[in-house]
Design a protein around this ligand. Structure first.
Ligand code: SER
Length: 313
């Protein structure tokens, strides 16, 4: 990884990954590509790229002599349901374009899959890596197809593509996107700004989650691992914390004792109910030494303290 391109560079993950890659590999070696958004005060190499346009991606790769792509551009679960055709175009065809460039230019690729590959027929507890994948969302359908495409490009063309099924990721630097697990970020903004929150999921809705710092470290660790250690070319399960909204609320109430929450489940409840509660990540631990650091308490404190500073409250 000498010259890195990050697509979706200003999304929830990209915002934090770019900073960490800049720190580790040097600002001059990280190209941040965004679709259209003006990132404001970004300090680094900035490019505009539409991942649905293969020529544009190829031109960027050639211009900067890129050898590694972190392909993060995508539309999350709730946003994808609003426009399934656009979701397929960006989430699946976008990946296909990146893999084609990677094949032609001999690039290494990271692409995030998600717990959204699972569905109602998947075992809910300690969900294995190899299991029934029958998602009910177009986001999940594109992730399953994407995982298989990654494995195909590895087997057929030798593309060194690596992937993680991210659980719900919670970070404070970027605004949360249009996803199902993102309630666990919105709730902090509400706690700090309003002291109350209307929660779209019922108490007891356990979902696999993770603090962003763990996700960033895991992602870079996977990409730095010796290729001989990578036995999974679809996507690795990765587990951090598993919690339900009411448990998160109790943690936040330790910091904001008067914080009030009203549970009004909406259409995202059905999506959450179709996903696992906890994940078995033994392959990632065995193959490349994955180990998360943040529990619910630590995550809550980090989210709260950093957001308070960011919001100047
Ligand atoms: N956080 C994502 C979503 O809820 C899951 O990959 O859409």
């Amino acid at each position: 990884m000498k010259k890195i391109l990050v697509t979706g560079a200003f999304g929830l993950v990209g915002t934090e990954l770019v900073l960490e890659l800049q720190k580790r590999y040097g600002k001059e070696n990280v190209v941040a590509a965004a679709h259209s958004k003006n990132p404001g005060e970004f300090d680094g190499i900035l490019e505009q790229a539409d991942v649905t346009n293969p020529e544009e991606v190829k031109a960027l790769v050639k211009k900067h002599g890129i050898d590694t792509i972190f392909h993060l551009a995508g539309i999350l679960s709730v946003g994808s349901e609003k426009n399934p055709a656009a979701a397929w175009e960006v989430n699946f065809n976008g990946l296909k374009n990146i893999l084609n460039v990677a094949k032609d230019e001999k690039l290494k690729v990271f692409w995030p899959s998600s717990i959204a590959v699972f569905g109602p027929t998947t075992p809910k507890e300690n969900t294995p890596l190899h299991t029934s994948l029958e998602p009910t969302t177009i986001y999940g359908v594109a992730k399953v197809a994407g995982e298989l495409l990654c494995q195909y490009y590895f087997n057929r063309y030798g593309v060194d593509v690596r992937s993680i099924r991210y659980p719900g990721l919670n970070g404070w630097r970027a605004d949360p996107g249009d996803g199902t697990t993102e309630y666990a970020i919105h709730i902090f903004y509400a706690a700090i700004k309003e002291g109350k929150y209307v929660c779209p999921l019922k108490p007891g809705t356990y979902l696999p989650m993770m603090y962003m710092d763990d996700a960033i470290n895991g992602t870079i660790q996977l990409m730095e691992a010796d290729p001989s250690k990578i036995t999974i070319r679809t996507s690795y399960n990765l587990s951090g914390i598993s919690f339900a909204p009411d448990e998160l609320v109790s943690e936040i109430q330790k910091l904001v004792p008067n914080f009030q929450v009203f549970y009004e489940p909406n259409h995202t409840q059905a999506i959450a109910d179709s996903w696992p509660k906890s994940i078995d990540d033994s392959d990632a631990r065995k193959d490349w030494g994955w180990e998360p650091k943040f529990g619910l308490e630590e995550m809550t404190k980090e989210m709260f303290d950093n957001l308070k500073k960011k919001l100047k409250m």
